[in-house]
Design a protein around this ligand. Structure first.
Ligand code: COI
Length: 349
């Protein structure tokens, strides 16, 4: 594939304080853009990161025809650059696109565009555990037409943002009693932009109560815990690790499936099954609930310090040798090329 390259004249990298990054606010010098017109992906281009021009009638603005992915690039001590299980993101963006009646992105467009972009902006990937370049591939419907039907023109774009941690402080959650993130037969499993927008209002209510996130429950009964919206969730009850199964409401997280594999290979008993609110409250009451943590590309593995449900509030104990820190260390060591990777998850660019 021939990618047209238009490089910036002056990099803005020197103006960035890489030790004090707010997640998703700073972008690297370039972006990759490819158009879908007349049934074909055309005009692949790397150009300076900056505004794009769209008609106000572009369908993405009216019907939310937009899907995205989250990935990270890591640099090791030798300046080699790695991705983590990128095939999973490639497959998932196309699964999401199919659900939103959007065209799939071909493998060469996705990977050649991504690799070229990372090579051009490689100085934006900082070394050191915890530093990474967050990669946001996305597809949007650009055709100017407001009939409520799928667009005929799209853009596939990749932008990159240097990242450290996603959550600035401790995370406490509310188990949802009223609002839902997704429903059976809906788009919960897709990384559809609207899934995230729909969470903002209930999450802002949680913020007012001093909680950072909501753990979504099933839409029918609000009795089963599902995911945290930016993260899949895990519970440690005694020494057992429990996580909810993925289905058409829950995102099939790459970090989630990696943790399940790591747990099995480290002789930790894992149960993938429905988890009820009452079970977790009871385990908390009996002192058996040792940990809750979330997993995701942006958040990596984030311990949840406490939860609220109806009148119950609960603080998780601080424990030594937590599963959250064990899995985080193992994952980061693979991602940053600090340990053997028996799974071939790490892909060198
Ligand atoms: C990710 O973890 O990459 C995500 O896509 C979550 C996002 C809302 C920050």
């Amino acid at each position: 594939m021939d990618i047209k390259i238009q490089q910036i004249e002056q990099s803005k990298i020197d103006s960035v304080d890489f030790d004090n990054l707010n997640f998703g606010r700073t972008f690297s010098d370039h972006m990759f853009v490819c158009d879908y017109v007349d049934g074909q992906w055309v005009n692949p281009e790397i150009k300076p990161y900056g505004p794009l021009l769209f008609e106000p009638s572009a369908r993405v603005f009216h019907y939310g025809q937009a899907v995205f992915e989250g990935m990270k690039a890591y640099k090791d001590d030798n300046d080699d650059i790695f991705l983590f299980r990128p095939d999973e993101n490639f497959n998932r963006i196309n699964l999401s696109a199919e659900r939103l009646a959007m065209p799939s992105v071909p493998e060469n467009v996705f990977f050649e565009g991504l690799k070229k972009l990372l090579n051009i902006d490689k100085d934006w990937i900082k070394k050191g555990l915890g530093n990474s370049l967050y990669i946001r591939p996305f597809i949007i419907a650009t055709e100017g037409a407001i009939a409520a039907s799928p667009a005929e023109a799209y853009k596939f774009i990749i932008i990159c943002s240097p990242a450290q941690s996603y959550y600035a402080g401790e995370v406490r959650v509310i188990f949802s009693q009223k609002y839902s993130r997704s429903a059976d037969g809906g788009v919960g499993y897709a990384k559809a932009a609207g899934n995230y927008a729909a969470q903002f209002y209930p999450t802002s209510l949680a913020h007012k109560e001093g909680y950072q996130q909501i753990i979504w429950t099933d839409a029918n009964t609000h009795e089963y815990l599902e995911e945290a919206g930016t993260m899949n969730i895990f519970f440690r009850v005694g020494d057992k690790l429990i996580t909810t199964p993925t289905n058409d409401r829950i995102l099939d997280g790459v970090t989630r499936k990696s943790i399940i594999q790591l747990a099995k290979d480290n002789n930790i008993e894992v149960e993938v099954r429905k988890v009820s609110v009452s079970e977790i409250k009871e385990a908390a009451r009996l002192g058996e609930l040792k940990e809750i943590f979330g997993s995701g590309t942006a958040a990596v593995i984030n311990p949840i310090k406490g939860f609220k449900h109806k009148d119950t509030t609960f603080e998780l104990p601080n424990i030594e040798n937590s599963y959250a820190s064990l899995f985080k260390e193992k994952l980061l060591n693979i991602q940053y090329n600090k340990s053997e990777d028996q799974y071939n998850w790490r892909v060198k660019i």
